[in-house]
Unconditional design. Structure first.
Length: 466
């Protein structure tokens, strides 16, 4: 059978497109081979011709009578020097396409994909939401392949639970942020959980793994997704206005899943350095409306949970609606209303990522004041993977500055900045591990830095000095 192929994206990071007309046979596969010079053809990637493309069917059902009409050939990243230039496409033994002198994708500032991939080619994921349809619970999000290798992900489901990972899925929106990733914009994923055919655990959460084939079990465990089974976990959220004051979350189900997953992740990281068997006090620094802290007591019954924030409006909402969390007032001068050495664990997700270095130091001093000497500070920072995530806006000068200085600040956060601290307080602040250790060493001992474990953010695990 011959197929009429439409090529939408053709770069040295990958080739993707659509099958026009007759729906392809399910077993058909398209393969990409390098054809550089006199070397023997080498297999680069392969794809089914039946990838889900409901967008194409809706736009032109005559040309695409079936939504199963897409294909995506992502070329794994092995360094700029190994990016393919000349590629031949085959279905079986038949040549269906030839490409010569393939170019790299670039952003609007002329930055090459290889410049970004050389900084970070790690896999990270984000949760967009959850739906329930005819007994199938669907978790939806974006997942980037490690080093562009779609075979580098291993899906893990709980025993007795019938679930499957559908990935990669075409997601044009993700292509804007992840323009440099091999296979973009086929970066969407969906986990289908068949509730009627599953033996559900007594736990309030189902845990799934998007594990990396070449990473350790201890790291992969930190990538797990915790899906709440209780309807109560999907309720009791503030109006969208409150949520948007400090962060952008598309919907409440996405907030519920990401919050539960982050809560479990925080406790797992803490357990690597401290026993949590005895009762302990844990403070969510920058708690907002309690996205994460609301779930902590579900995973650690012996925890006393506190939430601190300089945003009084969200703190007041949390006080009224989440009584199991003790609200702690704070202010931008760097003061938290807690006694000296009164907290065992302080964590802050996406807080240091918005503070200039001088403001970081101000808060580090205060966090160390309230944290016991044998306690832990778990603080995310924006580093290489974060620069990659924001690369649609960066220039080559920005990348040069990053490589030279290990830190960079991008302006303020507009509407969010007006809510938090006033003009030019809340910024996009990136800092690498070397600079973290140098700048923070006045206040803390850094125990470990875990890369790209909270989405595209790194986690710095540290302990107060002395």
């Amino acid at each position: 059978m011959s197929y009429d192929l439409i090529f939408e994206h053709a770069f040295s990071t990958g080739i993707s497109g659509l099958v026009k007309g007759t729906p392809p046979a399910i077993e058909e596969t398209i393969r990409a081979y390098s054809s550089d010079g006199d070397r023997k053809e080498e297999l680069l990637a392969e794809s089914a011709l039946t990838m889900w493309r409901i967008d194409a069917q809706r736009q032109n059902s005559k040309d695409h009578p079936s939504p199963y009409c897409g294909f995506n050939l992502a070329f794994p990243w092995n360094g700029k020097e190994n990016m393919p230039k000349n590629v031949v496409l085959k279905i079986g033994d038949k040549v269906v396409g030839r490409f010569s002198d393939l170019k790299e994708p670039t952003n609007d500032q002329g930055v090459l994909a290889s410049s970004v991939l050389s900084l970070s080619n790690r896999s990270f994921y984000g949760i967009q939401g959850m739906t329930l349809d005819n007994g199938v619970l669907r978790v939806i999000g974006v997942l980037t392949p490690p080093k562009g290798d779609v075979k580098g992900i291993r899906f893990v489901a709980p025993q007795g639970v019938r679930a499957n990972l559908v990935w990669p899925i075409h997601d044009e929106g993700s292509g804007d942020f992840y323009w440099y990733v091999p296979g973009s914009p086929y970066l969407g994923f969906r986990i289908d959980i068949h509730l009627a055919d599953s033996a559900l655990p007594e736990s309030d959460f189902l845990e799934f793994g998007l594990h990396l084939v070449n990473e350790s079990d201890s790291y992969n465990e930190l990538r797990n997704i915790s899906v709440p089974l209780s309807l109560a976990a999907m309720m009791n959220f503030p109006p969208q206005y409150n949520i948007a004051r400090v962060q952008r979350i598309q919907n409440r189900s996405g907030a519920a899943i990401s919050g539960a997953s982050d809560a479990r992740r925080i406790l797992r990281i803490a357990e690597r350095h401290k026993s949590l068997e005895a009762p302990f006090r844990i403070l969510d620094w920058g708690c907002g409306f309690g996205r994460v802290s609301r779930h902590l007591s579900s995973f650690a019954r012996n925890a006393t949970v506190l939430g601190a924030d300089i945003d009084d409006e969200n703190l007041d909402w949390m006080k009224a609606h989440l009584p199991h969390i003790t609200p702690v007032p704070s202010d931008i001068s760097g003061h938290i209303a807690q006694d000296d050495k009164s907290v065992d664990i302080v964590f802050g997700i996406s807080v240091m990522t918005h503070l200039r270095v001088d403001v970081m130091k101000l808060w580090l001093k205060e966090l160390c004041r309230i944290t016991r000497n044998d306690g832990l500070l778990l603080l995310t920072v924006a580093a290489d993977s974060s620069l990659a995530f924001t690369s649609r806006w960066v220039s080559n000068d920005n990348i040069d500055t990053w490589r030279k200085n290990g830190e960079i600040v991008f302006g303020n956060q507009g509407a969010v900045d007006s809510n938090i601290g006033g003009e030019d307080y809340y910024v996009q602040s990136l800092i690498n591990e070397e600079r973290v250790r140098a700048v923070w060493s006045e206040f803390v001992d850094v125990l470990e830095v875990i890369p790209a474990v909270f989405g595209y953010q790194d986690m710095v695990v540290c302990r107060p000095k002395g």
